[in-house]
Structure formats: C-alpha cells, structure tokens
Design a protein around this ligand. Structure first.
Ligand SMILES: [Zn+2]
Length: 144
C-alpha cells in the first residue's frame, strides 16, 4: 500500500523494506526480528503490531507530501535528499556517484540493479514535493 512512499524514504536515505506479498503475521515477524518500524495504512495490522510490542506507525495523509510530513513529525526525518546517503528507490541499495565529464553534471548509479540517477528536469518535481511536505510540517507544528 505504501510503495510510492517507500521510494521516497529510500531517496531520503532510509533503509526501507517493502513487500505487498507478505501477510500481516509475516510483516510483524520481520519488523520484530529486524527491529524495524512498521509503517502501514491498515488499522488492523497496526493494532496487531502495537499489541505485540512492535514500533508501528499508522500513516494517515492523502498526498505524498502529507505522508512525508507525518513521518517527519513522528520520526524527525530530514526532508532533504542528500545523494551521499541516498538509496536506490527500486532496490534499497546505497547509490554511488559516477564520475563523468563535468558538463554532464552529477550522475549516480545503483551498484546492485544498475539504475542511473541524475538531477534532471524531474528533480524540480521531487523538490516541489519535499517543499510541500516541509510546509505541511510547519503548519502542523505551528498548531501545537
Ligand atoms: Zn538499485
């Protein structure tokens, strides 16, 4: 349910495991074994996890920006992408810079799946979403 958010969190440098193939019991087992925070939009799963002592978070919010703001508020995650710690959105591996001629700008490669990343035109959209998330976070914090 949170595939898109998974990619965001990886870009922000977080080690995120994602699967839509696991059932609730398996998710809880993995979260416990690997001491992960369980993020879900499934209230039943959330309640089960909490009952078993798992660090779980029930994620509300409509847009990606809203969801990111909620996570930033709860876990203090930074809403800036730092390519030095960024992970491949596809496979969760740390990306590595590729040294090319200076004119081409900065390019990164995932050593595991070979995916190439660069800060091209699409980066404006990414930045806009992060800015929107920061705005949302500010509003929430101001309310307190
Ligand atoms: Zn990869």
């Amino acid at each position: 349910m949170l595939g898109k958010l998974t990619r965001w969190l990886r870009m922000l440098g977080h080690n995120v495991k994602y699967s839509c193939k696991l059932d609730d019991a398996q998710l809880i087992t993995i979260a416990k074994k690997e001491r992960r925070v369980l993020l879900t939009r499934d209230l039943e799963l959330y309640q089960q996890a909490i009952a078993k002592g798992i660090n779980a978070f029930y994620l509300e919010g409509q847009t990606e920006a809203e969801k990111l703001a909620k996570l930033a508020q709860r876990f203090g995650i930074k809403l800036d992408i730092d390519m030095a710690t960024s992970r491949c959105p596809k496979c969760n591996t740390r990306v590595k810079p590729i040294l090319k001629e200076k004119a081409s700008g900065k390019v990164w490669e995932c050593p595991k799946c070979g995916q190439i990343y660069w800060q091209g035109a699409h980066w404006i959209k990414i930045r806009n979403t992060l800015e929107a998330a920061k705005e949302t976070l500010k509003k929430v914090q101001d309310k307190k």
